[in-house]
Design a protein around this ligand. Structure first.
Ligand code: 2IT
Length: 445
């Protein structure tokens, strides 16, 4: 495999899709050696087939705001790869959404979902709709208009969407409500559903809890633990909330959260009341963290900056792709960071990852660390299929076991001669082998 040549060809075919090309490059560089040692992959053109989505649906979403004005957004569903199970991945509602971002997310999802040990393929969808400042009625009208197109291509054993940035419990309710109306069926076609209508306990917590369980494994292999550690977190949504809950429970101190407006530095650390307040902040639909410092005056709001300038033991990016760059990494390293666990999808730039790896700082990528979210989605699908509900303890125990098995897979393929664990390599190789071998078994389709 010639990584450069494949990337050049992709760039010619898909000019300007920089996030997608970034995600592909990272995977190809990780798996190059394994690929070349196994000529059956090349013979079946696995890479050429894996880097192009099976199909993409693009559609117009027209909706009317509370003043009667008509708006037009773009909607997408990228069905990337279903070799090991139905397409599975969230719906992102954010003004930055474009095809490059959804292709990168769908591509990452293939390997992440393979790591969960569950039969889940990779997909992603979304819209450039901006939920910020919208009323509940506007969100509902948008979600219904979006589903009027999406429903044709999804199904409980073909493609199962879920939440992502901008799509939480409220949006999933509106989306699933419209799906049921159109399909005239109660099915597990969406995950992240409400508890009263087919959802799973622990799904809201799953990404953050799973990310923290994975980080705990990273610490334990170094004979270390969360107790007493200072942790910087970015974002203030569902993922940051789950991380803050579990890290705090394990004795770590979360000292930052962030939003598009800047970050909060709370030296005392988040406690139960403050973590609960994150939900209120998110529900306000304003996408700002500044009000936290008004609510809790001992905390400082630093406008326009990222939390990576705060000294910490563990950095856990939980917001959005490329939120931690090379300079941020240098600053974290200078301040003595010991572990970096990326909970957002592709949260660190390639320069940041290089910097951590050169300093032999354990760094784990989103597709391993945040896989707990989609893993519990898979468990929600199992419960829906069986038409019964597991207890929170049962789901949490399964999540813990899945995260631990992902860590074992990373060790298997990522442990270097000097003992340093290259989690990027480990996660990519483990995920790739599972999907590539399935594609070999399934023939050229
Ligand atoms: O990035 C992700 O893994 C998600 N947004 C969750 C996907 C899912 O299907 O639960």
């Amino acid at each position: 495999m010639n990584v450069k040549e494949i990337l050049n060809n992709l760039e010619t075919k898909h000019p300007g899709e920089k996030e997608y090309l970034q995600a592909v490059q990272e995977v190809l560089e990780s798996i190059q050696t394994i690929y070349n040692e196994n000529p059956q992959y090349e013979a079946a053109k696995i890479i050429e087939r894996l880097v192009e989505p099976d199909r993409i649906l693009t559609f117009r979403v027209s909706w009317v705001d509370d003043e009667g004005e008509v708006h037009v957004n773009l909607g997408y569903r990228v069905q990337f790869n279903n070799a090991i199970g139905p397409y599975k991945g969230g719906i992102r509602l954010h003004p930055s959404v474009n095809l490059s971002i959804l292709k990168f997310l769908g591509f990452e999802q293939i390997f992440k979902n393979a790591l969960t040990t569950l039969p889940l393929g990779g997909g992603k969808g979304g819209s450039d709709f901006n939920p910020k400042g919208k009323s509940d009625a506007e969100i509902m009208r948008f979600c219904q208009a979006f589903m009027l197109e999406l429903w044709r291509v999804i199904g409980p054993s073909s493609d199962v969407p879920a939440g992502d940035i901008g799509t939480g419990g409220r949006e999933i309710g509106f989306l699933y409500g419209m799906y049921k109306k159109l399909q005239f069926e109660n099915t597990g076609v969406f995950t992240g559903k409400g508890l009263n209508w087919g959802g799973s306990l622990i799904r809201p917590e799953a990404t953050g809890f799973g990310g923290t369980y994975f980080t705990k494994e990273m610490l334990e292999i170094n004979n270390d633990k969360f107790k007493g550690k200072v942790v910087t977190v970015s974002g203030f949504g569902n993922v940051s909330w789950g991380v803050a809950l579990k890290v705090t429970e394990l004795g770590g101190k979360v000292v930052t959260i962030s939003g598009p407006d800047g970050y909060i530095y709370d030296e005392k650390g988040l406690d139960a009341e403050k973590i609960e307040y994150l939900l209120e902040l998110r529900a306000s639909n304003n996408d700002v963290v500044a009000p936290y410092a008004e609510e809790f005056p001992e905390a400082k709001f630093i406008a326009g900056k990222k939390p990576w300038e705060v000294a910490c033991d563990i950095a856990m990016p939980c917001a959005i792709q490329n939120e931690l760059n090379g300079e941020d990494a240098e600053q974290l390293i200078a301040n003595g960071v010991k572990y970096v666990a990326e909970v957002s999808n592709m949260g660190c730039t390639p320069e940041a990852i290089d910097a951590f790896q050169q300093q032999k700082i354990p760094y784990a990528p989103g597709k391993a660390v945040n896989a707990g979210g989609v893993a519990v989605s898979g468990l929600e699908m199992s419960q829906n299929a069986m038409k019964l509900n597991w207890t929170a303890e049962e789901v949490d125990a399964k999540l813990l076991q899945i995260m631990s098995s992902i860590h074992v897979a990373c060790l298997k393929y990522g442990t270097q001669d000097d003992g340093y664990i290259n989690y990027v390599k480990g996660a990519n190789i483990a995920g790739f082998i599972k999907v590539a071998d399935a594609m070999l078994d399934l023939g050229i389709v």
